[in-house]
Design a protein around this ligand. Structure first.
Ligand code: PLP
Length: 530
């Protein structure tokens, strides 16, 4: 369990180490880890041996992971569940990888494909919560597509995720049986579509652990969500010289809206730096606060490096200075269990299409009192209670922020996507993806001429790299010939790439349906031409 586990009660969370504490524990256990990761990145040597079994205070043992039931969370004591998985730093040399596979698990051999050239069992033996990986992959029809004569390998999940049949069917059902505008009609279909739409809002509320569905506003996606909060809540707070804090890791969607309102009000932006691994430096963050600080906006997961930011600490520190904080959950929502109430987040925003739902839909979570205090973003129908030419009385939450006709069917699709994930179990998804990412990093480390960008201890989904002698675009095109989809370019996050001296990078991103075979295909394809 981490302090972002959405199913955890506050009492359970009280006993869970924060990510800062976990980092301290990891540093104690693996003092050479940073050096090791650098070595992996530059291929200049192997990593000093890590303990096969080391007791983690208050936690389970590293190396004592239950590979017979690798993803059956219920068997893991709640208070221990997060201590190993978040910091099992298996980025090691190939020799050590093989050794530790033998030492740590029989199960790991299940996906030791590229390293050993053999696989002892397939996706049907990998259990992720209530389903096997094979079942999950079957749920996503597009994964059976052939691209350039090869089986599609979808490693562009950071840009958008594929949709399960459950979502596709829900959209079709909506248009076949329920389609109507919401809220306004007295007829049967208006009631059906309103029920479906409001039910989806409830599903979002439950999925992120919000207190009330009034606190969930449907928007087009993360970009619109951030613009909404910037203009509705933050801009009215600003006077010349006031300060907004963002981080170096941000996607442009969490930079430009703040620049726009800063320009309009005379406020300034301050930036939390990151260290060489791509992790935010909390001590520097704290130094940025002054009496002029009015707001903080940071990402939960970097869309380029995959860094999982110390979000609990970012929130606590902001609140210590009496400052509200927005969390950009675009890259965490599909990968990490989130509980906005446990986190005490003021605002949390995400896009549906990054979490197996349709494009054109996303959500803002905002604490009720803050949304109540905020001005409407768009004016129009649906957001009003009464209009005369002299004045308008706004509708209650959340309608106050949903002017005009929204993406009704897509909201219903979002509800279906989140229900699908909940049925599998987000803690299990998190755990599986963590293992898969470690496997991917380990396999990537066997390639010559590859430099990994961003080696933070805590990463999710994304890993970015450069290949000696090749442009990123060339790598993307060559991989496409193998049916492998990765993203190349600046990933709408130029400041963080420039922090590492690059203008662009190759970036694969994982999701729950990716398999060890996908990683093997990527590594094998790269090995064939680099
Ligand atoms: N924030 C992050 C971290 C992202 O990765 C993205 C998209 O990649 C966005 C914001 C913008 O999301 P959207 O284009 O869905 O609005």
């Amino acid at each position: 369990m981490t302090t972002t586990d959405r199913n955890a009660t506050p009492e359970e969370l009280a006993g869970v180490p924060s990510s800062l504490e976990l980092t301290a524990i990891a540093n104690q256990l693996f003092p050479d880890l940073t050096e090791g990761i650098d070595a992996v990145a530059s291929h200049s040597g192997s990593v000093p041996a890590q303990p096969e079994t080391a007791a983690i205070p208050g936690g389970a043992e590293f190396g004592a992971f239950d590979w017979q039931n690798p993803f059956g969370l219920p068997s893991v004591p709640a208070a221990n569940a997060g201590t190993v998985q978040a910091y099992a730093p298996k980025v090691v040399s190939l020799e050590q990888a093989k050794e530790s596979e033998n030492a740590v698990s029989a199960g790991a051999a299940n996906y030791a494909g590229a390293a050993t050239g053999e696989r002892t069992s397939g996706n049907d033996s990998i259990r992720i919560g209530s389903k096997t990986l094979a079942q999950i992959r079957n749920d996503f029809p597009i994964l059976s597509e052939k691209v350039n004569g090869r089986q599609l390998v979808w490693l562009d999940n950071g840009a958008t995720t594929q949709k399960p049949q459950a979502v596709i069917d829900r959209l079709a059902y909506f248009y076949e049986h329920e389609n109507s505008n919401v809220h306004r009609g007295a007829h049967a279909l208006a009631a059906k579509s309103t029920d479906a739409y409001e039910n989806a809002r409830n599903v979002v509320k439950d999925f992120i652990g919000a207190g009330s569905s009034e606190e969930i506003v449907f928007v087009r996606g993360t970009t619109e969500a951030i613009n909404l909060i910037a203009n509705s809540y933050v801009k009215p707070l600003l006077t010349p010289g006031d300060e907004i804090i963002v981080s170096i890791l941000e996607h442009h969607a969490n930079i430009v809206p703040w620049q726009l309102i800063a320009e309009q009000t005379g406020a300034v932006l301050k930036v939390i730096p990151c260290d060489e691994t791509g992790q935010l430096i909390l001590s520097e963050y704290e130094k940025l606060f002054t009496s002029r600080t009015k707001f903080v906006a940071t990402t939960h997961v970097s869309n380029v490096l995959g860094t999982v930011t110390p979000i609990e600490e970012l929130v606590v520190i902001a609140h210590r200075y009496g400052v509200r904080i927005l969390i950009d959950g675009a890259q965490s929502i599909a990968h990490i269990p989130v509980n906005v109430s446990a986190l005490d987040a003021d605002f949390f925003v995400f896009s549906g299409h990054k979490v197996f739902a349709p494009t054109g839909i996303g959500a803002v979570y905002g604490k009720k009192e803050l949304l109540d205090a905020a001005k409407p973003y768009h004016g129009g129908g649906n957001m009003i209670a009464d209009v005369t030419f002299e004045r308008t009385i706004y509708n209650a939450l959340p309608n106050k922020f949903e002017a005009g006709t929204g993406s009704i069917a897509d909201a219903v699709g979002l509800g279906a996507a989140l229900s699908y994930l909940s049925e599998i179990g987000m803690p299990c998804v998190y755990r599986w993806e963590h293992e898969l990412l470690q496997y991917a990093l380990r396999e990537m480390a066997t390639l010559r001429g590859v430099t990994m960008i961003g080696t933070a201890l805590d990463k999710a989904s994304a890993f970015a790299f450069k290949v000696d002698g090749y442009s990123d675009e060339e790598i993307g095109k060559r991989l496409d010939e193998f049916g492998i989809a990765v993203r190349t370019g600046h990933h709408c996050a130029q400041p963080v790439l420039r922090r590492f001296g690059y203008e662009s990078a190759v970036r694969p991103t994982l999701a729950l349906y990716n398999s060890p075979d996908d990683i093997d295909a990527l590594v094998k394809a790269l090995r064939s031409f680099i």
